[in-house]
Design a protein around this ligand. Sequence first.
Ligand code: KG4
Ligand code: ZN
Length: 338
Amino acid sequence: MPGKSLILGLETSCDDTAAAVVLNGRSVLSNVVSSQDSFHRRFGGVVPEIASRRHLEIIGPVIDEALGKAGVNFADLDGIAASHGPGLVGSLLVGVSTAKALAFSLDLPLAAVNHLEGHIYANFLTGATISFPVLCLVVSGGHTSLLYMEGHGSIELLGITRDDAAGEVFDKVARTLQLGFPGGPLIDRLAQQGEAGSFYFPRALMSEEGGLDFSFSGVKTAVLNCVLREKEAGKPIKNADIAAAFQDAVVDVLVEKSFLAARKRKTRHFLLAGGVAANTELRRRLRRKMQEEGVEVICPPVELCTDNAAMIASAGYFYLRQGRTASWDLNAVPDLRF
Ligand code: KG4
Ligand code: ZN
């Protein structure tokens, strides 16, 4: 690859249609995200069939907007990258098919980016100097994974959720509290007005046997039971207090497991990634705790934590630099390694 490399990234793994142009894997020239939240809100979650149809309708205009904002044309591009999994297979197919068609017709290399690896690369767009090896916590709507990354393309899974992902639990608890969708940002905001000590929710797998794995289904049920109990007792539901106590439980587990990982594997940097990485309390407490181990925590800005195509273009740049080029029989895959 020459000195200057422009990658067009596409992201359609769930319900956001996104395209971005990134220079040399580190500079965002444009980052367009068209949210489908308004289409899914009344169902309280993402409806896969609606998501894939909507992607199909707007992927073209979203790409045009990304190229326009970056001030480039198709002819200026050096590669195309797309999320090919994990995610909703119908949604992924739209991005993958579009990326294949563009790469083939423009005679450009194609990168098939693992969506979770993509989230990690949002950190490479922060301007921070990142020295390998690094530890990463990827916390999204579908995944909660602790990873050790020795270098580009070399990732070891240290711990994973045994049931629900952290983001999914934020969304379900928000539904129980009738806050709306997506729940994470709403709980984040509401919790700031609540008292975390008003209720206590379980912290699962915190003993040695739990290792670095997570489990969040119990805390979700505990919140539901608490709300039902309060209702039966005729008490007013203290949403802000419940939100604060719930968030406290989830953040406790995420911070403690990250800390244990940092004790086991010495690194200079710890990268936070995924939608839940936008959480104010998680960012604050993780930074504070990691300082004890002399580890610097790097977090992407909030708009690069949730699904976006700039992170996919950045990962795609490093994939292509390593010769990890996808072939024309590339397919969308619902689930992968992490
Ligand atoms: O990474 P992402 O955009 O999509 C997936 O790949 O899943 O993550 C979306 C998840 C949702 O569950 C959303 O509620 C959660 O990230 N989220 C948050 C916050 N912002 C988004 N969770 C907690 N606090 C936030 N501020
Ligand atoms: Zn994601």
